[in-house]
Design a protein around this ligand. Structure first.
Ligand code: SAM
Length: 260
């Protein structure tokens, strides 16, 4: 096992021995049985989640009361945010690769959920240049309420966020960069109305971070994640929470959405 995954295992083992056991057994099974283990065991992903290609369908399924007029209005607002972001990204020096940004359909689903649910507390992990942060901050601005708590391990994040958008923003730099520090911080917040994972996508990190956020999710709150196709971490976290996820196939990756 390479050094980075080993360090992760040692860090996570005291707080989540079940997840470490699962990760180690999975590695062992793959080593013995090769890739065939993925197809020979467990139910197919389509029995554990619904797969969408249209973000409006994703949101409409999660919020059955939402009307077509509301979906249209939120999409118009989002297109204006997206336009501003593209302009800013073209005119600012950005330290992180643009490929890391939240993709278009995922951004629309996140914006619409943030507008429709009207959360008091939004938490995101993984800021990079701040694409998703701006999406949330503009939705909260329109709502006239709520705060965004954004977590990262680097201090050169959020260059896309304008000063006028920072009023509802709280930036948390994780020092030490551990899940324990993340858990202690969210324990001090009110229940989370919308959570979005977009930080370290390794199975163990993602699975435990989603477990921690899920445990603090408000009734009716949304548990969302980017890059859900990299492992079963998101689908498992939703099963643990008793919610059925929708997986949105976006441009280059898939994102996950569920409402409690
Ligand atoms: C894919 S980018 C986030 C993209 C961002 N959501 C956007 O829309 O532009 C991943 C970010 O996660 C951060 N990161 C990596 N490991 C982390 C950890 N353990 N906790 C919090 N953030 C982490 C990286 O520094 C990077 O800024």
């Amino acid at each position: 096992m390479a050094l980075a995954p080993l360090r992760r295992v040692v860090r996570v083992a005291p707080i989540a021995p079940d997840l470490v056991g699962r990760a180690l057994l999975g590695r062992l099974a793959r080593r013995i049985a090769g890739r065939s283990i993925d197809t020979a065991t467990g139910p197919g992903i389509n029995t554990r989640a619904t797969i969408d290609a249209d973000p409006r369908a994703t949101v409409a399924a999660l919020l059955p009361g939402i009307t077509v007029d509301q979906l249209d209005a939120y999409e118009r607002e989002y297109l204006a945010v997206d336009h501003d972001l593209i302009q800013r990204a073209g005119s600012r020096e950005l330290p992180m690769p643009s490929i890391w940004r939240t993709e278009h359909g995922t951004g629309l689903a996140l914006y619409t959920l943030a507008r429709a649910l009207g959360p008091e507390v939004v938490v995101e992990t993984g800021i990079a240049n701040g694409w998703s942060s701006v999406i949330f901050l503009r939705a909260l601005q329109q709502n006239g309420r709520g705060r965004l708590h954004s977590f990262d391990v680097r201090d050169d994040v959020g260059r896309l966020v304008d000063p006028a958008e920072r009023e509802r923003w709280q930036l948390h730099l994780l020092r030490p960069a551990t899940l324990g520090a993340f858990d202690r911080t969210i324990a001090g917040l009110d229940p989370i109305g919308l959570f979005f994972h977009d930080s370290d996508h390794s199975y163990l990190h993602m699975r435990l971070e989603l477990r921690m956020a899920g445990a603090r999710l408000a009734p009716g709150g949304a548990l969302c994640s980017d890059d859900v196709s990299l492992s079963h971490a998101y689908v498992e976290a939703c099963e643990e929470l008793g919610v059925m996820p929708r997986l949105l196939v976006d441009g280059h990756k898939a994102s996950g959405f569920a409402v409690r």
